[in-house]
Structure formats: structure tokens, C-alpha cells
Design a protein. Structure first.
Length: 252
């Protein structure tokens, strides 16, 4: 969803602080962090990594982002927010149930692509999803052609500090288990889930046409459910963090 920006100005990290990391993409002006987290430097590294991974798509579509920053709203379903069509894009990096546990980087990339789509399309309609699906497909093409599959990032769900316990399994461990089951293609095929009736053949998406009127109704229902689901984590009941909560990096 696209929201109007607030009039208050965020606090800027001054020159007396350590040298700021310049955003890795020229079309992203600033990186914002949540000051309340002690591990905000790690969150910053995730935002930089996501920005670098999506950089080709940002340049190809002439996207511009004023501030890319982390958000940790009270609403556990809220994953992302786009303010004023890219003036500020906020992304949830941490699980609502545990602020020390980060989402897999593939999920964060998926949220970023979704919010970038709001730079062009506001409502979750057919045009929005058609464009978003194109971004996802293009991202996968870039990843496969460069050999930089998301599955190679073993740090995607690293818990910072504390004991994991003997039953803890990292994302990488679970991927290796999937690989042993012969289902690795299904693990890395998509950012987000595929719509019903969609399969992967030779690396390409193939949508099977419905065989009956009931099949058409099912597809319409699935599309409606997708819009309703997205409206929950990217909808009007959003909570943008106040600028006083953010630590914005100013690049000289």
C-alpha cells in the first residue's frame, strides 16, 4: 500500500559517528535502521544484501527508493509498507514472535519486490499481480544466470546469541534435507507460493487452463484470496514507525 509521508523529519546520524555505509544501489538514497535493536548492524547488512540482489531489477525498471529501512510493527501480519510510491519502503526483517530471529533472505526479497511494485500500482489488482509476477520471474532468471541461488545464503535464519537447543534446525539444514529427498527444485523454484494449477516444467511456469466452469470459479476464488491475504500484510491497517524510532544514515 502507498501511504502519505509524515511531515516530521527523522533524526540523522551525525558526522561524529562512525563512517556510514553507503547504500549499495545508487537509486536507493538512504538505509534506515531501528535504533531499539542492539543487532541493528546485522539488520543493516541484510538490507544491503537484499538491495544488491534486487539491484538489476531496480535499474531495469527505473525504480527509486528514498529510504529503505527495517520495520517491526505491533501487527504480526504486517510485512512491508510503501510510503508515497517509494519515498520510503519499510520491510519486516524479524519474526514477530522473536525479534532475535530473522526471516529467510528469500522472504525478505519477496517482500521488497512486492513493495517496489507499489511504486507503480497502488491497489492489489490484476495489473499489480501481473507486474509483480514479472518481477519475480525476472529475479529468478537473474539468479539462475548468475549462479547466485538464494539457497546459497546459509545465514538467512541465523539466531543472534543464545543457545539454539538440540532440536534447532537452520534453514540450510532443512534445505539439505529437502535436497536428499529429491525435492530441491520445489524448494528454490519461487519467491512465495504458486497459484493453483501452476506447475514448473523445464524451469518455466506453465499454467494449466481450467477444464470446467467450476475450475474458472476456483481460479477467481484463489485470486480473491490472494488479494485478501496481501491486504492483511500490506494493507490499510498498517503501522509506520515514527521517524524518532529510526536511525537514518546520511551520506555526504
Amino acid at each position: 500500500m502507498v501511504r502519505p509521508a509524515r511531515s516530521e523529519r527523522p533524526k540523522i546520524r551525525g558526522s561524529n559517528k562512525p563512517a556510514a555505509r553507503k547504500p549499495p544501489v545508487s537509486r536507493i538514497s538512504q538505509i534506515g535502521l531501528l535504533k531499539k535493536f542492539e543487532d541493528k548492524e546485522y539488520a543493516e547488512s541484510l538490507l544491503h544484501e537484499v538491495a544488491k540482489m534486487v539491484a538489476p531489477i531496480i535499474h531495469e525498471n527505473n525504480f527509486r527508493v528514498g529510504v529503505l529501512c527495517e520495520m517491526y510493527p505491533k501487527n504480526p501480519n504486517l510485512l512491508g509498507l510503501n510510503v508515497n510510491r517509494g519515498s520510503k519502503i519499510l520491510i519486516r526483517l524479524r519474526y514477530a514472535s522473536n525479534s532475535r530471529l530473522f526471516y529467510p533472505i528469500g522472504d525478505i526479497v519477496g517482500t521488497f519486490l512486492h513493495e517496489l511494485t507499489h511504486n507503480i500500482y497502488g491497489p492489489h489488482n490484476d495489473k499489480f499481480y501481473k507486474f509483480l509476477d514479472g518481477l519475480r520471474k525476472r529475479f529468478e532468471e537473474i539468479q539462475y544466470s548468475s549462479g547466485s541461488l538464494i539457497g546459497n545464503y546459509v545465514m538467512v535464519e541465523e539466531k543472534l546469541g543464545g543457545n539454539r537447543g538440540r532440536f534447532y534446525k537452520s534453514i540450510n539444514d532443512r534445505r539439505l534435507e529437502k535436497l536428499g529427498q529429491g525435492k530441491f527444485k520445489a524448494e528454490v523454484r519461487k519467491l512465495g507460493t504458486l497459484a493453483g494449477g501452476t506447475t514448473i516444467q523445464n524451469g518455466n511456469r506453465v499454467v494449466k487452463p481450467p477444464k470446467s466452469a467450476q475450475g474458472i470459479r476456483d481460479l477467481v476464488l484463489q485470486a480473491a484470496e490472494r488479494r485478501m491475504k496481501d491486504s492483511k500484510w500490506c494493507g490499510e491497517s498498517t503501522q509506520e514507525p515514527s521517524n524518532s524510532e529510526l536511525d537514518i544514515v546520511e551520506i555526504d
